[in-house]
Structure formats: C-alpha cells, structure tokens
Ligand binder design. Structure first.
Ligand code: GDP
Length: 328
C-alpha cells in the first residue's frame, strides 16, 4: 500500500502521522475507533500504509487498582522519559468506561503536566463496545502512535477483570502497581494478575518506607512460588514514590533491562510474533461470530433452536450442530 493508492484526505492523514503531528494522530485514532463500515475500510488502508513505520517503540502495560497511583506514576515516568529525550504516548483500556460512559483517562485533570508537553500524547480509552472491540482498537492505536514516532507507548488499565490479559497481550512488558499497605499480597496472586507481571512496583513508598520494604519482601517470596513467565527473567519487585519522584530511574532501568534480556534471549520478537498471531485469531473469532449472528437463515432459526435447547427438546450439541450447518 503506497500513499498514491489512498484517497487524498487519507494520504494527508498518513503523511501527518508520519510527520509526527499529534492532531493527525488523534484523527487517525478516531478513524480506527469509528464503527461506520466506510470508516473501517479507510482505517484499514491507513493502517496498512503506516505498518512499515510501526514496531519501534517499547510497549509498556501498566495495571493497578483505582487509587494505586497509575496516573501519577505514568505522569512522573513520562516526564522523566521526556527529559531523557523520549517521546511518550499513553493509551488506556477501561472496561468500566462502556458502562459509566467515562474513562480512566477521560478526566482532563489527570496527567495535566504530561498532556501539555509536545513530546507526549494521551488518549482515553475508547468508551463504547465490548472489551474485545476496545482491545482491538487500542492495539491499532498503539501501532499508530509508533508510526507517529513515539518510542515509548504506555497502555494503562484498571486492576479488574479481563482487561489485564488484553493489555499483557499487546505489550512487551507488563508492570503491576501495588499498594504497600494493602496487607495481603496474596490477593493479587489469587486474581491471577500477578502471573502476568514482568515487573512489580509498590507505589506510595513515601508514606511508610518500612511497610513498603516489608511488602516488597512478601511479594518476592510469593513470586518464588509462581511459575516464571520466562526462565531468563526473575521478576523484580521495586518500591517508588511517584508523588516524590523517587525510584523512577530504577523503574526505567528495570524496564530497559527486561527489554535487553528478552532481546538477548530471542524472546522479545517471539513474544511479538505470538501476540500478532493471537490478535489475528481473535479477529477471526470475532468475525466468525459476527457472520454467524448476521446470517439470514440463522437469524430466522436461532430463537426456535434456542427454545428447543432450553426446554430440553434438543440437546445443546444438536442445536449447535444444526445452526452451524447453516453457515456452510
Ligand atoms: P489511579 O486511580 O491509580 O490513577 O491513582 P492516582 O494517580 O489518581 O492517585 C490516587 C491518589 O494517590 C492521588 O491523590 C495521588 O496524589 C496519590 N498518590 C499517587 N502516587 C503517590 C505517591 O507516590 N505517594 C503518595 N503519598 N501519594 C500518591
């Protein structure tokens, strides 16, 4: 796909993204978020044209319960990285935003300093649709940010539900933020979120440094009981204070070290390849599901078959077999 194959407005959009114009990037993301079919077709071509310019950022997932300090941490880290010469994009996945209509990044007062910087781009979670659709659009937005020259892309999510898995599935390194005084480090492990973490960070260490140290120790021993995601990587447990901007250098060093270690072990690229394939299968499943629901015969027969299954006249397997048969 070359720029010449695109209609003028989209060629201008692509050129704007490549020229690192934040306005063009925001417009391109709006295009990929649109549910209009003509927009989707355009978005597909725009992404295809930008694809060769993607892939160069480090993709960081950051998760933690509301109040743990995600936006404070991201703002502090973002400003720190800008001082080091980086360009930082922040995206979000918030499964609650489709219910509340709000978004974890929707509140304009969040990350106010970071949002004022030319070297930063902050985009709230797409507010509508199921998690699958939101995750898909965020993955594409991430690629657009890379094409726009952001070399650090942070995807933020709240520490509940399936959104962690979605974010871990689109980022290179997944950071779990924890509170030192939460009391039970096993809570996170039970929820299965700690299993996804490549780095664990206790924030708000300034409040009670001793408690933060204890919490780090507890987490380290808890992590010993888990099967590591990679045999090459021992999950570091750090303490920081985003409010006081303490521990940011160590935090960034841990991310860099993770990247270097994974690259050296050949796991960095293989993780991305695996993620790309998983994304494709995800889209195939979504597409098949949609085709199934929209098929004219299935639409007509579905209620009858479903009634038959629910009152025990047809077995679930026979019902599924019958309906799937119409797809052929
Ligand atoms: P989020 O909901 O996870 O995004 O959390 P916020 O970043 O909005 O932070 C929640 C509250 O914790 C705010 O009042 C912050 O000022 C405060 N906070 C965040 N980081 C720190 C920290 O390192 N130390 C202290 N003492 N407070 C913090």
């Amino acid at each position: 796909m070359s720029l010449l194959d695109l209609p003028e407005q989209d060629a201008t959009l692509v050129a704007g993204v490549l020229a690192r114009q934040r306005r063009a990037l925001a417009k391109a993301i709006t295009l990929i978020e649109s549910s209009r079919l003509d927009h989707q077709a355009r978005a597909h071509k725009v992404l295809e044209a930008l694809l060769p310019s993607t892939g160069k950022a480090i993709r960081i997932g950051i998760s933690g319960v509301p109040g743990v300090g995600k936006s404070t941490v991201i703002e502090a880290l973002g400003l720190y990285l800008i001082e080091q010469g980086h360009r930082v994009a922040v995206l979000a996945i918030d499964p609650s935003s489709s219910i509340s209509g709000g978004s974890i990044l929707g509140d304009k007062t969040r990350m106010e300093l970071l949002s004022q910087r030319d070297e930063a781009f902050i985009r709230p979670s797409p507010a509508s649709g199921a998690l699958g659709g939101v995750a898909h659009r965020t993955r594409e937005a991430l690629l657009l940010c890379e094409a726009a020259g952001f070399d650090v892309v942070i995807v933020e999510t709240v520490g509940v539900g399936q959104s962690e898995t979605a974010v871990a599935g689109m980022t290179d390194v997944f950071v779990l933020l924890q509170l030192p005084n939460a009391g039970d480090d096993l809570q996170g492990i039970k929820k299965g979120i700690v299993e996804l973490a490549d780095i664990v960070v206790f924030n708000k260490a300034d409040i009670d440094p001793r408690a933060a140290e204890v919490a780090c120790g507890q987490m380290r021993s808890a992590l010993h009981m888990l099967r590591p995601l990679s045999t090459h990587w021992q999950i570091p447990v750090l303490k920081i204070s985003a409010a006081k901007k303490e521990g940011l250098t160590e935090f960034w060093q841990a991310i860099e070290k993770y990247r270097q270690t994974m690259v050296a072990a050949g796991e960095f690229d293989s993780k991305r390849k695996h993620q790309a394939l998983a994304w494709m299968w995800d889209m195939i499943e979504t597409g098949l599901h949609q085709q199934f629901r929209e098929h004219p015969i299935i639409k007509r027969e579905l209620t009858g078959v479903a009634d038959g299954v629910s009152c025990g006249k047809i077995t679930p397997a026979a019902g599924a077999h019958q309906l799937l048969g119409y797809l052929k």
